[in-house]
Design a protein around this ligand. Structure first.
Ligand code: HEC
Ligand code: HEC
Length: 343
């Protein structure tokens, strides 16, 4: 699994043959059969960008990393390509960008990225732009590739989003019967070692006192399995709440914000009438498309139907949206939509 550094270096943008630095560096482009050396001593290279990346920190929005890029060469650089990779997939960046740097300039970024579950480390790369470098002094071959990559470990304890999404779901929906780590509450048998597939099957089928949770997706099951395999990895210890038994007829828990919203509408709410607007005002900024947070999409009728129970539980518990709970009326409208058949 840990092929990272060599693979990243092999991506092709970094020159592996380094012409030796020369005092008048301007004409050493192309090497001309120059000697192979990795020396970084001596006069500054014409083209030399460097990158460092900080250890990722878990935040509610994802993993925050700081990227620092510097131009250590004698020339301005435009089109410097930046990327961050996880060792889970050293060929597809989890973040990409480009920048321009004056000579001597450095820039810092604070980024929120999604680090795939199971990552052991992340690697950042910076590459001088293209091979335009005649006369303008931009975009030549980096003469000091030794500082074009930087690697940082990912603490298993902070590899947040997947494990903590799994923790949230498990603690709110399952822990009431299975205990907070899955190894015994009212159910004697431990489920701590169940695979994602077994969990999905159990929640889809339901049997002998195990309720069905039709809204749980394969990704949700993976997150739950990853939480159960290592419950201590999750930084927070949310309180254990009693299980939600599906088809819910809820007494709505009053939210913390001063609420008061219109009373529940008499004809059942519809997606087109109310629910789409609730989702787009509060959820779709994060839960849309391929990059949806927690891989939960809430941007179409079909995806809201699939994830309805999860969404309802998250709203009722005040976990979502992250900026603060929705009014009781809004949550009740959503619950009524579920009860009314998710039309
Ligand atoms: C109302 C109590 C209750 C809740 C809530 C509950 N379970 Fe269960 N679960 C049970 C019982 C009882 C069994 C044992 C069923 C049996 O005899 O096979 C069980 C069994 C299981 C099994 C093992 C199935 C097998 O045959 O190996 C898995 C996996 C499981 N539950 C996962 C979950 C997950 C995930 C959640 C939350 C989304 C959850 N359960 C919520 C009561 C519950
Ligand atoms: C600012 C971004 C953002 C917004 C807005 C947002 N979410 Fe989330 N949501 C996340 C992130 C990040 C996660 C995964 C990490 C976590 O659980 O905190 C998540 C996780 C979830 C989960 C799975 C975990 C859980 O707590 O059950 C559900 C369900 C969910 N969101 C529903 C919603 C709903 C419903 C709304 C709108 C009412 C919403 N989210 C709005 C970012 C957002």
């Amino acid at each position: 699994m840990r092929l990272i550094l060599t693979t990243v270096l092999a991506l092709g943008t970094l020159a592996l043959v380094v012409p030796s630095a020369r005092a008048d560096g301007g004409e050493n482009e192309g090497g001309g059969g120059g000697s192979v050396t990795t020396s970084t001593r001596g006069p500054r290279a014409l083209h030399d960008v460097s990158v460092t990346v900080s250890r990722p920190k878990a935040t509610p929005a994802g993993m925050r990393v700081r990227l620092k890029v510097a131009n250590k060469g004698r020339s301005a650089e435009s089109g410097v390509a930046l990327a961050i990779f996880s060792d889970m997939d050293p060929t597809t960046p989890i973040w990409e960008g480009t920048t321009s740097l004056r000579r001597g300039q450095h820039k810092d970024w604070s980024l929120v990225v999604t680090v795939p579950e199971g990552s052991g480390q992340i690697t950042a790369t910076a590459t001088c732009g293209g091979d335009a470098g005649t006369g303008t002094g931009t975009g030549g071959t980096d003469e000091n590739p030794s500082n074009n990559t930087d690697t940082s470990p990912v603490d298993p304890g902070t590899n947040g989003s997947a494990a903590s999404a799994g923790a949230d779901m498990f603690l709110s929906m399952c822990a009431g019967c299975h205990g907070s780590t899955g190894s015994g509450g009212t159910v004697r048998e431990s489920i701590a070692r169940e695979s994602a597939g077994d969990i999905l099957e159990a929640v889809r089928e339901g049997e002998d006192g195990m309720p069905r949770f039709p809204g749980i997706t394969l990704q949700n099951a993976r997150d739950i399995a990853s939480y159960l395999r290592n419950p201590n990895a999750v930084p927070t210890t949310p309180p254990v709440t009693p299980p939600v038994t599906p088809p819910v007829t809820p007494p709505v828990t009053p939210p913390v914000t001063p609420p008061v919203t219109p009373p529940v509408v008499t004809p059942a709410p519809t997606y087109a009438g109310q629910v789409a607007a609730i989702m787009s005002a509060n959820c779709t900024s994060c839960h849309s498309g391929a990059g949806a947070s927690a891989k939960i999409r809430l941007d179409t009728l079909a995806t809201v139907r699939t994830n309805a129970l999860l969404a309802e539980a998250a709203m009722k518990a005040g976990r979502m949206p992250p900026r603060g709970p929705l009014s009781a009326g809004t949550v009740a409208t959503f619950s009524d939509w579920i009860k009314g058949g998710k039309k």
